[in-house]
Design a protein around this ligand. Structure first.
Ligand code: ADP
Ligand code: MG
Length: 262
């Protein structure tokens, strides 16, 4: 579904992404891991149109989407989750979901005067959809709660829920587990698996929790220093010497040397 070809993103002289090429298969849950500073978020931001690349190309279903802005990608079904913006914290969870789809009639002023009936109908449909999404994510009991009062994990579920209000094809999740407790992380994992199996969503997710990655992702892509280091099933990746070394740095090299010497 997504093909990234020889992508570079430099900041001044610094090569945050340094010639990365990856593919994300339709229907997969692809994991992206690597030590801090590896360039994972930068790669996501370039794919999702948040940052222009220095060079290289991004294709979606064969179409060159390099440098398209996020809203254009949104209409193609490519979504990147964002934290619930501060100003939406005072709106309810349901209202946060109802806000997502673009192009509602209510947005045009004259229609609000002449087509009140149609707007009411759309609102009802939207509300229905929002309630469906909340039930799917098992947070329907929070529908009338202010978004600002949710826990970190519940907010992540709401962010995921926002992608369900439109017809997403591929969703990019950056550190969905950060600051989330075990139980809720499991619920988030379940939601991702169900969205993948039942709704055909493709996912690409960055996460530090290896248990989470191993449970959900195949394949796993490992980045280090702006480059792709390895790609494969989680169990192979976690046994790969190059990957272990990238995480442990020279510590491992030194230990191996010491072992060899002993
Ligand atoms: P990761 O998500 O793998 O931890 P990032 O993509 O966030 O890594 O960052 C990769 C490197 O690029 C880091 O060294 C970071 O400091 C640098 N970097 C990221 N964004 C910027 C920026 N806007 N300006 C300068 N340097 C940046
Ligand atoms: Mg990051």
């Amino acid at each position: 579904m997504i093909r990234v070809e020889n992508l570079h993103r430099h900041f001044g002289g610094f090569r945050a992404v340094d010639g990365a090429s990856i593919e994300i298969e339709t229907g997969s849950i692809t994991g992206l891991i690597g030590p801090n500073g590896a360039g994972k978020s930068t790669l996501f931001n370039v794919i999702a149109g948040v940052l222009p690349p220095t060079s290289g190309r991004v294709f979606m279903d064969g179409e060159d989407i390099t440098g398209l802005p996020p809203h254009a990608l949104f209409h193609k079904g490519l979504l990147r989750t964002f934290q619930i913006a501060h100003e939406f914290g005072s709106m309810t969870v349901r209202e946060n979901l109802m806000m997502v789809p673009g192009g509602q009639s209510g947005e045009t002023l004259w229609k609000t005067w002449f087509q009140r009936g149609q707007i009411a109908e759309e609102e009802t449909a939207l509300r229905h959809k929002a309630d469906e999404v909340l039930a799917f994510l098992t947070i329907d009991h929070l529908a009338d709660e202010k978004a600002g009062n949710l826990s970190g994990g519940q907010k992540k579920l709401l962010e995921l829920g926002r992608t369900m209000m439109v017809d997403a094809k591929i969703v990019f999740l950056d550190e969905v587990g950060a600051g989330v407790n075990r139980t809720l992380l499991h619920t988030i994992g379940d939601a991702i698996i169900r969205l993948n199996k039942e709704r055909g969503y493709t996912f690409c997710l960055i996460e530090h929790d290896m248990d989470f990655i191993a449970r959900l992702c195949d394949p796993v892509i490992v980045m280090a220093e702006g480059r792709v280091l390895a790609i494969g099933p989680a169990e192979d990746i976690m046994r790969d010497d190059r990957v272990i070394e990238a995480y442990l740095g020279t510590g491992l090299k030194n230990r191996k040397k010491a072992e060899a010497g002993a």
